[in-house]
Design a protein around this ligand. Structure first.
Ligand code: NAD
Length: 436
């Protein structure tokens, strides 16, 4: 099937590469010539495990191409919108890119065949109907046959290729049977339950899923506050809670909370929508509040206990296995520490280049995780990359001026920290303070 995707970010590029790998002919539209050239030369621009080889092999077999113009739209059976929908200052989703590309799609839709215009971007309820109106109005002079469909995306950065190849579910919302049939056909080779529904339900499924996930994270953090005040160990508590099959163990980790380009903005957008619909949104508002408290709680531990201002930070990305630093809790902490005259040296396996664009030389960057520690007064861990979890802790202790670890992701066992002689500040677990 011929497909056009607009946007080559984490969603557009991964979806395009996987669909190309399944045998479809994919054109991806972007707006930056340099980036398109890199993509056409096999450089994915973003880091996502396993993505580069798929991109390269589909470029070689001519199953994927990157272009500036919208000419591929007229031959495509499905056109996916996968542009960003960042937050406006009032919390609503900024739909300017969606509107802009809907108008461009309208100009290029064919009057020779039926086309599905499907939004993969996370958009407020009613947006796909709005897209339909924009296209109908803009293409009024042509006799185009099209339908909109909401196909929300559930991939996770860091495992996006795997998630796209093995989705838990594929949600298709549309008022058009023909559009649903085409999208079912397009995804035929992929596993996962199919959820066929209307436009509004599909749009709401995405927001409901993300708000459920962040509510679990904030609930875990709330329980960590109880643990800290009473001497309980939140890891044991939440492991036991998660063993209940009705609850499940995922997303029950306490720490410095969620970040990234999706969770914070989607929660804000859901609150904004709720307020406009006159719904009491206090449950999800509390989720945001607890997330903020989790970050500030951890920050206070560093400020109150660090024995010097020259600090090493492990982790810049908002989660492991990605180079994405958007709304990363790590950057929030770094900003606050810089304001208090801390000197930061950071290491991250993939996110240094993106961080350098923002901080320039406001912080130092280390070439590897151990050189980052040399002569530092303590280590702050903000992202649970595997190589931090499996670090040589004896080496860590030797390199630091003071053996103080502030662990925002609860990655080490208390017994190990005790045995190795660290002062260890984690979340919702007893502090180990043995080294004066
Ligand atoms: N990243 C995720 O994990 C994830 C998961 C599920 C859903 N989503 C949703 O998918 C959407 C895209 O997310 P992303 O992470 O891929 O974003 P991204 O920022 O990585 O990529 C957005 C892409 O859209 C392009 N773009 C923006 N405005 C454009 C315009 N006017 N014309 C053409 N191209 C334009 C950008 O150049 C970029 O390539 C968002 O709505 C997001 O909420 C993201």
């Amino acid at each position: 099937m011929k497909i056009t995707i607009i946007g080559h970010g984490y969603v557009g590029l991964v979806t395009g590469c996987v669909l190309a790998d399944l045998g479809h002919k994919v054109s991806i539209i972007g707006r930056n010539k340099d980036k398109l050239e890199k993509l056409n030369n096999g450089d994915p621009i973003i880091y996502e495990p396993g993505l580069k080889p798929i991109l390269k092999r589909n470029l070689a077999s001519n199953h994927i191409e990157f272009r500036l113009d919208y000419n591929s739209v007229k031959d495509s059976k499905v056109v996916f919108i996968a542009v960003g929908t960042p937050p406006n200052p009032d919390g609503s989703a900024d739909l300017s890119a969606v509107i802009e590309v809907a108008e461009k799609i309208a100009e290029h839709l064919s009057d020779k065949h039926f086309t599905v215009v499907s939004c993969k971007s996370t958009v407020p309820i009613g947006t796909n109907q709005m897209i339909e109106k924009i296209i109908t109005k803009k293409a009024a002079s042509k006799k185009i046959k099209f339908a909109t469909a909401s196909c929300p995306e559930f991939l996770k950065e860091g495992s996006a290729v795997k998630d796209t190849l093995t989705p838990d579910r594929i949600v298709i919302g549309s008022n058009s049977k023909e559009a649903i049939e085409i999208l079912l056909q397009l995804h035929k080779k992929l596993p996962g339950k199919r959820v066929i529904t209307d436009l509004q339900s599909a749009e709401l499924i995405k927001y409901a899923s993300n708000s459920m996930l962040v509510t679990k994270i904030s609930f875990a953090n709330l329980i960590s506050f109880y643990a800290e005040k009473t001497g309980a160990d939140v890891k044991t508590v939440l492991t036991a809670v998660g063993l209940d099959k009705r609850i499940g163990k995922q997303f029950l980790g306490a720490g410095i909370g969620y970040g990234g380009s999706c969770f914070p903005k989607d929660i804000k957008a859901l609150i904004y929508m709720g307020k406009r619909l006159k719904i009491d949104t206090s449950l999800i508002e509390s989720t945001e509040k607890v997330n903020q408290q989790a970050k500030d709680n951890f920050l206070k531990k560093i400020i109150d206990n660090a024995r010097g201002k020259n600090i090493a930070v492990w982790g810049l990305s908002f989660k492991p296995n990605t180079d994405d630093i958007r709304f990363s809790p790590s950057l929030y902490l770094i900003d606050k520490l810089l304001k208090r005259n801390f000197k930061i040296t950071a290491y991250d396996p993939k996110a240094i280049a993106n961080t350098q664009k923002i901080y320039k030389n406001k912080i130092n960057y280390a070439a590897d995780q151990y050189s980052c520690l040399q002569n530092k007064d303590g280590l702050v861990i903000t992202t649970d990359w595997k190589q931090f979890i499996t670090a040589d802790l004896k080496k860590v202790k030797k390199l630091l001026n003071y053996p103080d670890i502030f662990d925002g992701r609860n990655i080490y066992e208390l017994e190990a920290m005790q045995k190795l002689g660290f002062n260890y500040y984690s979340t919702g677990r007893p502090t180990i303070k043995q080294n004066k």
